[in-house]
Design a protein around this ligand. Structure first.
Ligand SMILES: [Zn+2]
Length: 197
């Protein structure tokens, strides 16, 4: 049983004509202004809730909207995508977009019970140890989600090519939390606010 393909056929037959010209214009290049780092969660649709169309958002997605801190000589898919977005595409803003009810952040709170998901547990161990250092008592999930957004902003800012452009006023870094039930950004912080906090 195929779930997604019939929807693709429907799009081809009924919707593609409406956006065909836009894609034609984008055939040989893209110049998105925004890089969004968001969670893999199926309820988080940055293009839908920002009404951004083709060519407007360059994306990094993974469980927990995580970016590893810069480490010279080490590469991850997140790091290479970040470098390409900033240095080659010259995006003007980076948005770390967390979201309400994030399962990955729930996993950080309930870390010991992740033993049946060894890869998830290992993958979240970095942010979990930072969490343990910074929280004496377990926070509410919503508080942890906002904290994680700030941590990932710090990680993004640890890349020299990001820092240089932010300092030159060519790039801004934002943290958002998207509340998908209420349909609003429930938390928003800029890197300037972060530096002053
Ligand atoms: Zn999530």
């Amino acid at each position: 049983m195929e779930h997604l393909y019939p929807k693709v056929v429907n799009f081809q037959e009924n919707e593609f004509d409406k956006v065909k010209d836009v894609y034609k214009q984008l055939e040989n290049s893209q110049s998105p202004k925004t890089l969004v780092v968001s969670c893999a969660d199926s309820r988080v649709l940055p293009n839908q809730f920002s009404q951004a169309g083709p060519g407007e958002i360059f994306s990094i997605r993974n469980a927990g909207n995580l970016i590893p801190a810069y480490s010279e000589g080490e590469v991850s898919n997140e790091a290479l995508t970040l470098e390409y977005g900033v240095e080659a595409l010259e995006v003007k803003e980076i948005v770390i977009c967390g979201h309400s009810k994030c399962g990955a952040m729930g996993g950080v709170l309930d870390f010991q019970n992740l033993s049946s998901l060894p890869l998830v547990q290992k993958g979240l161990s970095g942010i979990h140890s930072v969490f343990q250092q910074e929280f004496k008592a377990a926070p509410e999930l919503s508080e942890l989600i906002e904290w994680n957004v700030r941590k990932q902003m710090e990680n993004v800012l640890s890349y020299p090519f990001v820092k240089k452009r932010v300092e030159a006023g060519q790039l801004s870094v934002w943290g958002w939390v998207w509340d998908f039930v209420d349909g609003k950004i429930s938390y928003k912080i800029s890197s300037k606010d972060l530096a002053n906090s």
